[in-house]
Design a protein around this ligand. Sequence first.
Ligand code: FAD
Length: 326
Amino acid sequence: MTEFPRDAILVVVEARASGELEKAAAGLFGAAAAVGTPVALILAAPDAGGDAAAEAAALGAARVLIAEAPEPSALGVPGVDALAAAAEKVQPDAILISHSLNGRDLAGRYAARSRAAVSVDAIGVSRDDEGVVAHHSVYGAYNLTSTSTFGAPVITVRQGSIEARATAQPEASETLAVTPSGKPAARIDSFDEAVAATSRPELRGAAKVVAGGRGLGSEEQFALVEQLADTLGAAIGASRAAVDAGYVPQSQQVGQTGVSVSSQLYIALGISGAIQHRAGMQTAKTIVAINKDGDAPIFEIADFGVVGDLFKVVPQLISALEARKK
Ligand code: FAD
């Protein structure tokens, strides 16, 4: 194989057991292509089927390195070993990883081991004279940039935040030889498979989110949020007030101390729009708010707003959406 491109951006993506790449992959390659030449490192699940390398090339990877998990029960360390081997080989200008749970874990562990700088939760990247710069939206109120003063920055990218897509490339893949570091790893001794209780999309990375706040009034009435979400095929989110009141579990909380989303559509029902809530949803592409208080701060950032009682407006909205499906 020839040398790696001088402006290589190493994009780390996980392949599921089915062989498919994680959903955030397209955005990661899109971001990488805007500042250099995307080179993929695929962390493949053991015995993964499918053709992750072909998918990576179709998403814009000029070169693809495939690291197979050598020790399926070891957590964390094999991924860092693979990333260290790939970074050594590729000498990238930056490393892009999804801001998922696994991605954050990998970014932090790798940065600690290699003494690289980490920029977390970026919603974009650019390049200046000195290297790759990460862009962040903090509390939904401030836009700031970060970069490293030495070495290639490790940047975790918020799922759903990048709309750009890279041009497909011819497939050029190879297996990455990884020498296990032997560093202590957490190990899985046993596990119970949790059956997903819902077929709804996962909140983090969802294209559409319907979120409910204190205005729903009770756990029973929060079902209206679920109905609208199911009509749209959306994930469910909530304000902290709704979580604190016990309408939904904390895992559904959007905001500063919850999940950050950059969905295509975010519908806020009975949510006032406190800065801590906005911190987690302000980068959504289209925001719709339904609130009976016309002065609620959520309307300051909404693309479409309905001032009205959600218990009257939402059933009508659901009927109209259902009628369209027929
Ligand atoms: P409220 O502010 O009480 O708003 C309810 C809204 O519902 C009102 O605007 C009202 O007009 C409307 N309403 C009521 N009835 C109806 C109806 N029938 N039809 C239509 N509209 C109706 N909050 C988060 O969401 N996420 C976080 O991660 C988060 N982190 C925090 C971290 C810190 C350190 C602190 C201090 C706070 C944090 N908060 C967070 C809390 C935040 O400040 C707000 O208290 C919270 O977001 C309010 O939730 P809410 O909008 O549902 O409730």
